[in-house]
Design a binder for this molecule. Structure first.
Ligand code: UDP
Length: 330
């Protein structure tokens, strides 16, 4: 298929693009490179620099390209920032997705794979099945849920075929593609930064959550396994629309992640207890039963040790991320 990947120069989008190319698909990446990296665009993919806020440009691209499917990764993704800047999330994330959907339907494109999130769920009994109570704790989660609702309507009324993949915590690196956000807010890269000597201590955001050791519990899924879920979901689209929780099914606390990172890096990783980060849910663990049963998804690299080791390898090779200038100075 010819597939348009928005945000394909970003972390998960670049891995999915590379996997699509490996499986013989044609990939066009739409990215404004505001947070993505040209160096993460896999060889063989075409990069088109368009900003999703530019409705007419998005429309023109879809018309000209006539892709058979769109995978939509491009979005603002920081939970903490979304609490400080709600409109950036409730506005841009939703509006930009509408621009893509409008352009798709205008060009007769009906297959859509959407990057949703575990952050749409209300705190409730874990692990979370797809029908667990919805109740985003942050504008980020809400923006993704609003898009899920829009997809439901367009599925019913406009013939859209979609898959909403609710990511739990994507982590790890694959074939030279890793995580490089500015600022970096995610736990594993921030821990590894301490091991690289780039920060003095690992900051733990809160230790009085209702969890076994008081720190937040998350379900870490290797970015390659997550990418496989996208390819399976794409293939299954013609059979109908679906939402899937994509996680390993196991939860690890912040302290447990740090402990694994100590083993992997051999660094003592001193910690500092900081206030909780607004918008963080105490506990997010997937029940991935549906995607396993219906799509045959089976994660291969999502042992926490494998995830952290692959990330560590990537961060050691790219101590300043994709930034070539700084890398050359090393
Ligand atoms: N976290 C932390 N210190 C950090 C970064 C993250 O304690 O330097 C915690 C954060 O509060 C959350 C968990 O680690 O409970 C995972 O955070 P991350 O930002 O990686 O992913 P999220 O679950 O927010 O999508």
């Amino acid at each position: 298929m010819r597939i348009l990947v928005t945000g394909g120069a970003g972390y998960i989008g670049s891995v999915v693009s590379k996997l699509l190319l490996e499986r013989g698909h044609e990939v066009v990446i739409l990215d404004n490179l505001s947070t993505g990296h040209a160096a993460a665009v896999p060889p063989g993919a075409k990069l088109v620099r368009v900003d999703l806020r530019e409705r007419a440009a998005v429309k023109a691209l879809l018309r000209a390209l006539e892709p058979e499917a769109v995978m939509h990764f491009a979005a603002n993704i920081q939970v903490g920032e979304s609490v400080r800047r709600p409109l950036k999330y409730l506005g841009d994330n939703v509006r930009n997705t509408l621009h893509v959907l409008e352009a798709m339907l205008g060009a007769g494109v009906r297959r859509f794979v959407f990057s949703s999130t575990a952050a749409i769920f209300a705190p409730s009994q874990q692990p979370l099945r797809e029908d667990a109570p919805i109740g985003p704790e942050s504008p980020y989660g809400e923006s993704k849920y609003l898009v899920e609702r829009i997809l439901c309507w367009l599925g019913e009324l406009a013939g859209l075929r979609y898959a909403s993949l609710r990511y739990f915590n994507a982590a790890g690196a694959w074939q030279g593609l890793g995580e490089d956000h500015h600022p970096e807010t995610h736990l594993i890269p921030r821990v590894l930064r301490v091991a690289l000597g780039q920060a003095p201590k690992v900051q733990i955001y809160g230790q009085n959550y209702p969890t076994p050791d008081g720190t937040c519990v998350r379900d870490y899924v290797h970015v390659y396994d997550l990418a496989e879920a996208h390819l399976l979901a794409l293939t299954a689209l013609d059979g109908g629309s679906r939402a899937y929780n994509v996680g390993s099914g196991r939860g690890f606390s912040v302290r447990e992640v740090i402990e694994v990172a100590r083993r992997v890096t051999g660094h003592p990783l001193p910690v500092e207890i900081c206030p909780p980060r607004p918008g963080d849910a105490p506990w997010l663990v997937a029940d991935p039963g549906r995607i396993r049963r219906e799509l045959g998804w089976s994660p291969c690299y999502s042992e926490l040790e494998q995830i952290v080791s692959s990330a560590w390898e990537w961060h050691r090779a790219h101590p300043h991320g994709y930034s070539e200038e700084k890398d050359q100075g090393e």
